[in-house]
Design a protein around this ligand. Structure first.
Ligand SMILES: [Zn+2]
Length: 114
């Protein structure tokens, strides 16, 4: 027997507000990840667009790349664990159910995709 807790919204107006708020949060996370990737490329590639392999980079640059990866994945984990998107199908406009330490959309929860 499933024991998930569903947060369900009936009003179409409230659903629209919820979905817009989710989109704002997800867009902000995606923009931050894009900025991190842009900074990462400045370290990864030389002025001719050729990739600089790890052994040819300075320790400072390799440390910087590690920091960028940590920041990017921190945002990704926040997105995946948030109520803003389904952990399985990435849907963002459904009622969500909290089950087994994850937020799952109603469709995935009902279809036992988790
Ligand atoms: Zn889903």
């Amino acid at each position: 027997m499933k024991s998930g807790r569903t947060i369900s919204i009936k009003s179409d107006k409230l659903k629209k507000i919820r979905n817009n708020l989710r989109n704002i949060l997800l867009c902000e996370a995606i923009n931050r990840q894009a900025n991190i990737s842009k900074e990462e490329k400045k370290v990864l590639f030389d002025e001719f667009g050729k990739i600089i392999i790890s052994k040819d980079r300075s320790k400072t640059d390799n440390d910087l790349l590690g920091k960028f990866q940590d920041e990017w994945w921190k945002l990704e984990r926040l997105k995946r664990k948030s109520i803003c998107e389904c952990s399985y199908c990435r849907k963002t406009d459904s009622d969500m159910t909290y089950y087994s330490k994850e937020w799952i959309c109603s469709e995935c929860y009902q279809s036992n995709r988790h």
